[in-house]
Structure formats: structure tokens, C-alpha cells
Design a protein around this ligand. Sequence first.
Ligand SMILES: [Zn+2]
Length: 320
Amino acid sequence: MNEKIGPIEIIMGDNKSRVPFSTSLLIAGQEHSTLIDCGAGQTAFEYMKKEHRVMQIYLTHHHFDHIWGAHLFPEAEKLINHNDVNKISDINEIGKAMGIYAVFRKEEIEKWIESQQNKKWQGKVLGKRTLDVTGSYRYDEEIEMSGVKVSMIHAPGHSEGFCCPYIPDYGILLVGDIDLTTFGPFYGDADSNIDQFIESAKKTLEFDVKYYVTSHQKGMYLKKEYKHQLEKYLLIIERREKKIKQAIHKGDSPQQLVQQDIFYYKKQYERNLIFMKNEILSIAKHLKRLIDHGEPYEDYYEEFITAHNLNRKYMEYSSG
Ligand SMILES: [Zn+2]
């Protein structure tokens, strides 16, 4: 069922680790075990509890699909990167980091906060959006996890705090949400950054890695195939940008631009306010990127912000 490399198990989540599930790494030690990310789902959690003594949980970043099961291991220490440590326990900070505050107004924000008390999926309660963590870890330093050396490589872009756990002795890199899915790279939060995403993705090729492990659906790749798939995956960013430029040149208004299925299908986000938020913010990020790269979209960007009533103050987020 699970793949094993030395003392490390790659635990695929329910529904092939599609959101809200994600793949975990479990490091089995002599006395106790360490888990990296904790959103694999009930089947995996039961297995971990039965076969292992999980005493530490390292979280790669604060996104719900990577953390929601951690409260089910009350005896385990829970650690997150230092960028996310304050964020993860404070729903307002999470809302700002996700760009909820950029796209929505008071009443909708309050409703969103309310809904985060008990997040559900297909009618089942998964848990609270926030998590009380025990502490934080630093990036790029060697950390001993149940007898195995791991470095949490900072790889911002998907989110500010995102990182890729690297296990040099076994040639494993958990690339996580550089997930190689057909959806393509996700950078729809206020603390996401497209250019940083690309830079971090390319950096994953620089390590001495045999096994690349993704967080959703795709499982594990050997280096050559990973490199090939990564190139295809990053091209999706350029395709999206081309589509945006074409729509603008065709004369599409900022309202029409968010209905071009650039990220989500229109019928998908009409049912889901968060998808709509992601569509709007992702397009805003592309417009900003085009301007930063010297292209003449300043006026259109201003129109876009006005048309979607965006709160400029919260369009970008950094934990400072
Ligand atoms: Zn994520």
C-alpha cells in the first residue's frame, strides 16, 4: 500500500490525496515516529495510530489540507515554519494571508470566519481551521526527526512560508504543493507569488534527489520524470498569462476576464466563493507580474481593482 524507503513511509491520503487530503511522510524511529504534514485522512490516521507512536508532527505550511488531522494526535509536538507560526493560530491572520480580506467585505468575512470553526467536507467535520502549535522550526537547517536528518528547504511562492522537506540520506524531497497536477501551480492567496513559485520550483532540481514526492494525486517521481513533468507544469503559468493578454486585447472587461476559465471553470466558482477569490487574486497577480516585466497594463490593472472592489491593503501579505 504505502511506499517505503528505508525508515520512511510515503502515506498517500484518501481519494488519492485530492484536496482536502494530502500525502504525508512518516519517519519510523526506534522509540517514536515523526510525521511530516497531517491531512491524509481517516484511513491513514488510524494506521499511524495503530502501527506507530507519532510524537512529532512537522507541518510544511499552514494550508488546511496539510494540517487538519494534527489535532487528532494530542500527545504529539506540532511544529511549523517560523513564517506561519503566528498565522496558524489566528483566523484573522489566515484570512489576510489567503486574501479573504482583499476580496470580501465585512459581512462576508465574518461569515467566512464563522464557517472556519468547523470545516466540513462532504458533510463530515474535519476540524477547526486554526491549530495550536507547540513551536516553530527554522528553514534550511539540519533537524533530527526520529533519528533521520531532515532540512526544511524554504520554497516560497505557493505561500510565503511553504517549504520542501529534504532527506539527503535517502534522496527524498517532499515537493508538496509543487504538485504537478493538471490544474497547475496554485498562487491564489495574498501571500503567494508567481515569480517566487517558478524560482522555488526550479530550485528543487538542484538537490541531490532520487525520489520527488508530491502532496496531491501524483505520488512519487524519479528525478528524470520529475524534471520533465515540472517543465510541463510550469508552462501552465505562461499559458494562463497568454490567455489573460489575449482576453484583454480582445476587449474583455475586468468582469469578463474572471469568466474565461483561466484557473477554475465558471460553474465551479459560482458555487464556491473561495474559488472565485482565487480566480480574481490569481489574475490580479498576473497583471501585476506583466507590469513588473515592463508590459503596459497599468490602467487595466487599476480598472480591475476597482471593478472587483479589491482592498489594496490586503492584496499582498507578509508575516513581517
Ligand atoms: Zn498549500
